[in-house]
Ligand binder design. Structure first.
Ligand SMILES: [Zn+2]
Length: 351
């Protein structure tokens, strides 16, 4: 989510409440353990008094009134079409909003964002800026509900400050894009999408406790889920030739250079979906070494696995058949001779 611009105080607890973090159920950390990102936090909305911030926007806030799909009166759910013919669902719960005018910019704008067919899975809840806090929590400028029914609750017009309604909407849509992509074994919502997260080194930085996936509270600025949403926003502003809204919500390491921008585009338009399998051939001979190592290029973070098929009558093993690819762009697999000699084929499945 994105917080609203406000004058004043110093930053303390930058993001006491990202709905994203709050509503994510669990993500795997690089070492394979499970981190409970907070069923409890979800019930514990941000103490707004804790959200003090400097002259900059503050991201925060859980969707405190996150509507249930059943609560969207069917008669009020509007359906529009982008220029490309995609369905855009919008709900205007607030009768003071000029539906015709807002529908037009929202439909055009979301149709112009880098997107895939996830566009048709989300409902845009457009409310007047003063009403946002009631939906998303105090000081929040918008929020995303990352569980079905996916909803983006965003301001119907510019709320004032450096983040326009479009910049805010692009950021929230970035969360929806990530939530609709795979970065197995991690949550793309928390870690960012596959290629982008690998490029930004999210796994290794997380292991080093420099990044905090899913933490929308104390470490909002170092939460790669928020970093991805902001980077996605910037990439779209560049594509449209629009002025970039200030980069103030998250750490500079997430600010997209040209390579990161290209990878975000790929992750949106041609999502990473499956592992690649490569095979390597070798042979053990009498008098030769009993181990052979193979270098495997691992361009993307995730889990790589290996298995070996030995010639008939022989028994060979992969010494460590599962490896977490966490920043290392080369991963080694070693085949060990247990019994017999002859050829073998090593198969490696990598992200
Ligand atoms: Zn966000």
């Amino acid at each position: 989510m994105v917080g609203q611009w406000a004058p004043g105080k110093r930053v303390s607890n930058l993001l006491r409440a990202s709905a994203v973090a709050v509503l994510t159920v669990a993500v795997s950390c690089p070492v394979g353990a499970t981190v409970d990102v907070s069923a409890n936090k979800r019930l514990n909305p941000p103490a707004l008094g804790d959200v003090l911030y400097a002259a900059g926007p503050v991201a925060d806030s859980a969707a405190t009134r996150a509507p249930n799909v059943a609560q969207v009166p069917p008669a009020q759910l509007r359906r529009y079409r982008t220029a490309a013919g995609e369905d855009v669902k919008i709900w205007f719960p607030d009768s003071s909003v000029d539906e015709a005018q807002v529908e037009e910019w929202v439909t055009d704008f979301v149709g112009s964002l880098l997107h895939g067919d996830e566009l048709e899975d989300v409902t845009f809840v457009m409310v007047a800026p003063p009403e946002i806090a009631g939906w998303c929590g105090p000081h929040a400028a918008a929020c995303y509900l990352p569980i079905v029914p996916y909803m983006i609750i965003a301001p119907s017009e510019d709320p004032g400050g450096p983040m326009t309604a479009k910049a805010i909407l692009a950021h929230e849509y970035g969360h929806h894009v990530a939530n609709s992509r795979s970065n197995a074994p991690w949550s793309a919502l928390s870690y960012g999408t596959k290629r982008w997260a690998s490029y930004v080194d999210v796994c290794a930085a997380t292991l080093a406790e420099q990044f905090f996936p899913g933490d929308g509270f104390e470490h909002y600025a170092l939460n790669p889920g928020e970093g991805f949403a902001e980077a996605y926003r910037v990439v779209n502003e560049r594509r449209r030739g629009a002025v970039e809204a200030p980069w103030r919500l998250v750490d500079e390491r997430f600010y997209p250079d040209g390579a990161a921008a290209a990878l975000i585009e790929q992750d949106v338009l041609n999502p990473w979906a499956a592992h690649t399998t490569s095979t390597y051939r070798g042979r053990f001979t009498p008098g030769g070494p009993n181990r052979q190592s193979f270098e495997v290029a691992t361009g993307l973070d995730g889990i790589a696995t290996a298995s070996v098929r030995a010639t008939k009558g022989a028994r060979f093993r992969v010494t460590q058949s599962v490896a977490t690819v966490c920043g290392q762009r080369i991963t080694y697999f070693t085949v060990r001779r247990v019994k017999g000699f002859g050829k073998f084929v090593l198969s490696v499945s990598r992200p």
